[in-house]
Unconditional design. Structure first.
Length: 210
């Protein structure tokens, strides 16, 4: 039983319970105005363990399933089982919190703004995986497969653009800042991973051209 599976299990149970309990959703989702006016800082964490609907939950937990165990094992190989597990939890929880801080400042005077979901933490985990294995292919919808470092770059550009446009109800800022937090985490906690990242990229060649 890995920590990844434990986090998935807890998130699924809490989210599933919240689907039929609107009051639970309202009390725990990310509402910058209530955090600012009533100091309900717990929402920075609780909002990462509830989801809008089953599709939202499924997408986040599938992503965590595929990348979480990989990153968890990397951390355990580097720092040992106990410390590696602690760092993995720190990465995931701080990813949820940090990814929502820009949203908090952006909407703290807007009582009607709400956000929820584990996207920030999941994005942090995915980008740590990309830093360590930038040439591994990541498949979108199990079909279009792209090297991780290319997909990660496109993901950041997409999240930045749509975050500025606010063209839908998705918190693209949380996706972008969660991903960037994963990058910063690697820089601070294991600087040699960045050197390895660029060394691997320099060896990459476009298939069929070289």
């Amino acid at each position: 039983m890995t920590l990844t599976y434990v986090i998935i299990g807890i998130t699924v149970l809490i989210s599933w319970y919240g689907f039929n309990q609107p009051d639970i959703m309202r009390k725990h989702m990310m509402n910058p105005f209530l955090i600012h006016s009533r100091q309900q800082y717990y929402r920075f964490i609780t909002s990462g363990f509830i989801h809008k609907d089953f599709v939202h939950l499924l997408w986040n937990m599938l992503s965590l399933y595929f990348f979480g165990s990989v990153v968890e094992q990397i951390f355990k190989d580097i720092w040992g089982s106990t410390l590696g597990a602690v760092y993995f939890i720190i990465l995931y929880v701080l990813g949820i919190i940090v990814s929502d801080i820009p949203t908090y400042f952006k909407h703290r005077n807007n009582p009607g703004y709400n956000a929820l979901g584990a996207s920030g933490g999941v994005a942090s985990v995915i980008f740590v995986s990309i830093i360590f294995f930038p040439l591994n292919y990541i498949c979108l919808y199990f079909a279009l497969c792209i090297p991780g470092f290319i997909l990660g770059t496109l993901y950041l550009i997409y999240s930045y653009f749509y975050g500025r446009k606010s063209m839908d109800n998705i918190n693209h800022d949380a996706h972008m800042y969660g991903a960037l937090f994963g990058l910063v985490f690697c820089v601070v906690m294991y600087p040699s991973s960045i050197k390895s990242f660029f060394e691997q990229i320099m060896e990459w060649r476009i298939p069929g051209l070289f």
